[in-house]
Design a protein around this ligand. Sequence first.
Ligand code: BES
Ligand code: ZN
Ligand code: MN
Length: 498
Amino acid sequence: MRVHITEGSIVEAQVEALVLGIFEGITEPGGAAGAVDQAIGGLIKNVLGSKEFKGELNETITLHLGGGRPYRKVVLVGLGKKEELSAERVRQASASGVRAAAKGGVRRIGCPLHGAGAGGLDVGEAAQALTEGAILGLYKFETYKTKDDNGHKDELVEVVVYEQDGDKVQAAGPAIERGTILAEATNWARDLVNTPSNDLTPTVLAAKAKQMAAEVGLECEILERRDMERLGMGALLGVAKGSAEEPKMIVLRYRGSDDEQPFALVGKGVCFDSGGISLKPAEGMGAMKGDMAGAAAVLGAMRAIALLKPKQHVIAVAPCVENLPSGTALKPGDVLKAMTGKTIEVDNTDAEGRLILADAVAYAESLGAHSVVDVATLTGACVIALGSLYTGLISTDDELAEAIVEAGKKAGERYCRLPADPEYKEQYKSDVADIKNTGGREAGVITGALIISEFVKDARWAHLDIAGTSTSSKDKHYLTKGATGVAVRTLAELVCSD
Ligand code: BES
Ligand code: ZN
Ligand code: MN
């Protein structure tokens, strides 16, 4: 899958299908759509007058043409109201358009720079959004399909953007490259989350991180069980006890050009979460193969960061384990000692994310991080509170929290900040240890986050609960059913704009 731009008229495009953006309520096609309409005998104008297509955001209609043109179909995609156009709407419409166009084995798709003409968006912004939408929207996870629905595999789709203004072509080039880096990193993370746990153990995940690091020029270190023992990571090791698979702590380093301390991205890497001895119900348990989406997000972000080359130093830390019940498993009532020396009473072995993150955030701070952002599929409570639209954001630092919300806006990802008042800490007091690993049903998203914050001393800290946003239950614009790769682009934007 590749997006590139060429100087020329879309009417003459040497492609199999065109995608044209249409504003809501338009009856007279203008710009690229107007030029194509003239060339194909007014078919577009006919449709716009027929009320069969209103131009609402992400609405599509496909016009099949007779012979005589290289393109055999034209897809119209709604951009919504002209005055409401945004980069995010271009990202969505681009995905909806190319997805309709790619049906039936189409491999080469042409389109104009949606939004950069009458829409009035900045050319770079529009080009980046178009590129991201196309690459994200055409994502497929077919590793385990011996045949796809059409009986073939691995179609390579190419999207060619046609623009007649040479200056706009120049300006769009680097933006397409940036969009490609961000979207491919997101898809890379999606692959990890979609891969079942029998093929993505902590050992495999660590090997994939190492391979990726070598490809893009990051330093990679894998901490083994003996390293964790030496460092006193009793919380992480406690969770790992139930599984026959070795725990791994992935550490990636990106060296920017400034000489400041690093920014740390920490991701929960539970390759499978059965709940442990506090076993989860059978129904839907398979979805817990995706309980390493936080790790995938920080690794994917590092892949993008390595290619975008910001000034900021960045490290990523991903503690990877399986949470399983067995004769050697962690038990409710057990007490663990984390790397910082703080003790934790295990009230529920299913609250394992905060245990492994306790040692991971402490380790990140011990490497000198000035800011620690952890990303985790942490709580079912977050899914209940925010659904799949917003990621939960909890932070004790206003500036960092606002920077995350802003980076999210650029990336097309929504974050809802929840309070973090210290009074909530009362809920996880323990009778026998310093704290316990649960805070009861009330405000479960917040107490879960605050338990992690107990292991950060001086660094700025923020927590992203992606339990509801890391997977999508259906294909929806640039999101495809299954893993979303959420937070990859936000984290890359955050570090690159800092
Ligand atoms: N991985 C789960 C959270 C989760 C739930 C992610 C649904 C995605 C979808 C986490 O480890 C967990 O089990 N959390 C418990 C915490 C509780 C025991 C305090 C939960 O939310 O029930
Ligand atoms: Zn979990
Ligand atoms: Mn759990």
